[in-house]
Design a protein around this ligand. Structure first.
Ligand code: ADP
Ligand code: MG
Ligand code: ZN
Length: 525
C-alpha cells in the first residue's frame, strides 16, 4: 500500500472520529438533543394515598388516571381526552406529588422536566428540546410528561424588557405546535405546574392544550391534619401528641411545611435521645419553621386572617339574604389561587338566563365583603382584598346597562364595548356620543351603589350573624353550607370533620403546649 493511500485512510478515520466526538459531547451537531437530565424517568412511585388535603384536585385528576389505565375504552367511544392539565397553586402544596401520584395510580412512565431547563441562551435549543421530548414521550405512550415551573417558558409573548425573549418565544411556540400536533388519544398526557398562572401566555390555556386547570390550594384545618397523619406514619409519636391540635396551630402551612415540621420534630427528638417524638419537639420545630416562613413573608398575620374571615362572612350573609340567590355551598378562608378566601354557591339547576333581580343579588353579595370590613374595622382600615369583587360588579353592572337592556334610562339598545371585526376588535362604546357614554357610566355607578346599599342594610340588620360566622370561620377555616347555617344559629357544625375541638379532652398544662392552641377564641357578642 502506498504511503499516499495510507495517509488518506488516516485522515478519513480522523474526520470520522472527530464527528463522533462532537455528537457525543453534545457539541455543534448534537446541540438539540435533550440531555439525559432534561427528561428523566422518575421511578419514585406515589399514589393518591400519599396526597391529602386537596380532595377537589384529586377528584378532577381521577379522569386522567382512568384514561391512562384504559385508553381504549375512551377512544372506542370517540371521546376526547384532555391532552394537558395545569396544576395551579402556591409552592409546596403538592403539585409535583400529585403529578407523580397520577403516574403511580395509572402505572405508566412518568417523565419530568422543568421549564427553566428549556430556557437556554442559544437560540433554537429550547425549541428542538421540546420536539425531542415529545418524540421520546410518544415512544413511551401511554405516559405522563410533567413540566414543572412552566411559567419559565410559558410567559406571555412580547412582554418584558426589550419586547420579550426570542429564545423563550420560540420554545413556547414549539410547545404549542407539539401539543396541537399529537392526537388526543395517543396516550401522552402533559401535566404542568405553576404558581404564577397570571403570567402565562393565553395560548397555552386554549382548548386542546392545557384546557384543564386544577387549583391546588393551601390545605385547610382538616387537610393539615390528614397531611400530618401521612408524614407521621414514619415517626414514633409520644402519647401527648395530638395531630389535630398541631393542625390547628399551623394555619397557612403548606403540605411541604407540614412534612418539614414532622421531620424537624423527629430530628430534634433524636438529638436529645428521646424514644418518642413529643409535643415540645413539635413546638420547637414549629418555631424554627415559622421563622423561616416569616422571612418568606408567607404566613398570614392574625389581622389578615380576621379581615378575610369578616370579608368572606359578609359575602355569605348577604348572599343568603338576597332574593333569588343560589344556596351557599362552602365558605373558606384558605387562600386559593389569588383569592384570599372563597364563598362558593351552587345553582340548584342549570341556568340559561339570569334575571335582573339575580344580577342585583350577585352585585350585593359581591359588595358584602367590602361592606363587612367597613362595618367591623372602619372605613380607613379596609383591605385591598375586594379588588376582584369590584372588578366583578363593574363588569356585571356594565353588561346590564350596555348588553341586556336592564337600565330604563338607556333602554333596550346594545351599547356593548367589544365587537369583533375583520381587523380585530373595535370599540363601539367609544363611538357613542359623550353624553351617552356619561349616561352609561352614571347608570353603572347607580346599580353598583344600590348593591352596596343593599349589602349594608342586610349586614347592619344581621350584625350578630356576621359575627358568629366570622368567628366560626376563624375557628374551622372551612364551613359547608349546612355548617354555615348551624354556626349562624349558634350551634355546633355538624360535618363529621368538625368533631368537637379536641382541646377540651386534652388540656395542656405546659406553656409550650398551650401555644399550639389557636390564638382565636370564640367571642360571643
Ligand atoms: P409543589 O410541587 O406544589 O411545590 P411538592 O409536591 O414538591 O410541592 O411537595 C413537596 C413535599 O411536601 C412532597 O413531596 C410531600 O412530602 C409534601 N407535601 C406537599 N403537599 C402535600 C400534600 N397535599 N399531602 C401530602 N404531602 C404533601
Ligand atoms: Mg414542585
Ligand atoms: Zn371578596
Amino acid at each position: 500500500m502506498s504511503g499516499f493511500l495510507l495517509s488518506l485512510l488516516i485522515i478519513a478515520a480522523l474526520i470520522y472520529w472527530q464527528r463522533r466526538q462532537m455528537q457525543g459531547s453534545g457539541g455543534l451537531f448534537g446541540f438539540g438533543k435533550s440531555k439525559a437530565t432534561l427528561m428523566t424517568q422518575d421511578h419514585m412511585r406515589a399514589t393518591f394515598d400519599d396526597v391529602a388535603g386537596v380532595d377537589e384536585a384529586k377528584e378532577e385528576l381521577e379522569e386522567i388516571v382512568d384514561f391512562l389505565r384504559r385508553p381504549e375504552v375512551f377512544s372506542r367511544l370517540g371521546g376526547k381526552i384532555p391532552k394537558g392539565a395545569l396544576l395551579i397553586g402556591p409552592p409546596g402544596t403538592g403539585k409535583t406529588l400529585l403529578a407523580r401520584a397520577i403516574a403511580g395510580e395509572a402505572d405508566v412512565p412518568f417523565f419530568r422536566t422543568s421549564g427553566s431547563e428549556f430556557v437556554e441562551m442559544l437560540v433554537g435549543v429550547g425549541a428542538s428540546r421540546v420536539r425531542d421530548m415529545f418524540d421520546q414521550a410518544k415512544k413511551n405512550a401511554p405516559c405522563i410528561v410533567f413540566i414543572d415551573e412552566i411559567d419559565a417558558v410559558g410567559r406571555s409573548r412580547g412582554v418584558g424588557i426589550g419586547g420579550g425573549n426570542d429564545e423563550r418565544e420560540q420554545t413556547l411556540n414549539q410547545l404549542l405546535v407539539e401539543m396541537d400536533g399529537f392526537e388526543a388519544n395517543e396516550g401522552v398526557v402533559v401535566l404542568a405546574a405553576t404558581n404564577r398562572p397570571d403570567v402565562l401566555d393565553k395560548a397555552l390555556l386554549r382548548p386542546g392544550r392545557f384546557d384543564r386547570q386544577v387549583v391546588v390550594p393551601h390545605p385547610d384545618l382538616r387537610g393539615r391534619e390528614k397531611i400530618l397523619q401521612i408524614h407521621a406514619r414514619k415517626v414514633r409519636l409520644g402519647r401527648d401528641v395530638d395531630l389535630s391540635i398541631i393542625a390547628r396551630g399551623t394555619p397557612g402551612f403548606s403540605g411541604a411545611d407540614l412534612a418539614n415540621l414532622v421531620n424537624e420534630a423527629a430530628l430534634l427528638a433524636a438529638r436529645v435521645r428521646r424514644e418518642f417524638v413529643q409535643i415540645q419537639d413539635f413546638e420547637s420545630a414549629k418555631d424554627k419553621i415559622l421563622m423561616g416562613l416569616e422571612r418568606r413573608s408567607q404566613v398570614m398575620t392574625h389581622e389578615d386572617r380576621m379581615r378575610i374571615a369578616y370579608h368572606e362572612a359578609g359575602h355569605a350573609i348577604v348572599g343568603m339574604n338576597s332574593p333569588q340567590h343560589d344556596p351557599i355551598h362552602k365558605v373558606t378562608i384558605i387562600p386559593r389561587g389569588r383569592a384570599l378566601g372563597l364563598v362558593m354557591s351552587l345553582p340548584e339547576r342549570d341556568q340559561l338566563t339570569m334575571t335582573a333581580v339575580q344580577f342585583r343579588s350577585k352585585i350585593a353579595m359581591a359588595m358584602g365583603g367590602r361592606v363587612a370590613e367597613e362595618l367591623v374595622f372602619g372605613k380607613e382600615n379596609v383591605g385591598s382584598g375586594a379588588q376582584s369583587d369590584i372588578q366583578q360588579v363593574t363588569k356585571i353592572a356594565r353588561a346590564m346597562v350596555t348588553k341586556y337592556g336592564m337600565s330604563e334610562r338607556l333602554g333596550t339598545i346594545d351599547y356593548s364595548t367589544e365587537q369583533d371585526t375583520f381587523l380585530g376588535s373595535m370599540n363601539r362604546e367609544t363611538q357613542a356620543s359623550p353624553e351617552t357614554r356619561m349616561l352609561i357610566d352614571n347608570e353603572v355607578r347607580r346599580i353598583v351603589d344600590e348593591g352596596y346599599q343593599q349589602a349594608k342594610e342586610i349586614l347592619n340588620e344581621r350584625r350578630q350573624e356576621l359575627e358568629r360566622l366570622a368567628q366560626g370561620l376563624l375557628e374551622y377555616e372551612t364551613l359547608s353550607g349546612e355548617d354555615v347555617r348551624k354556626v349562624i344559629a349558634d350551634e355546633k357544625p355538624v360535618s363529621p370533620e368538625h368533631t368537637e375541638p379536641k382541646v377540651v379532652r386534652h388540656p395542656r398544662t405546659t406553656k409550650a403546649g398551650t401555644s399550639m392552641l389557636p390564638k382565636v377564641r370564640r367571642q360571643q357578642s
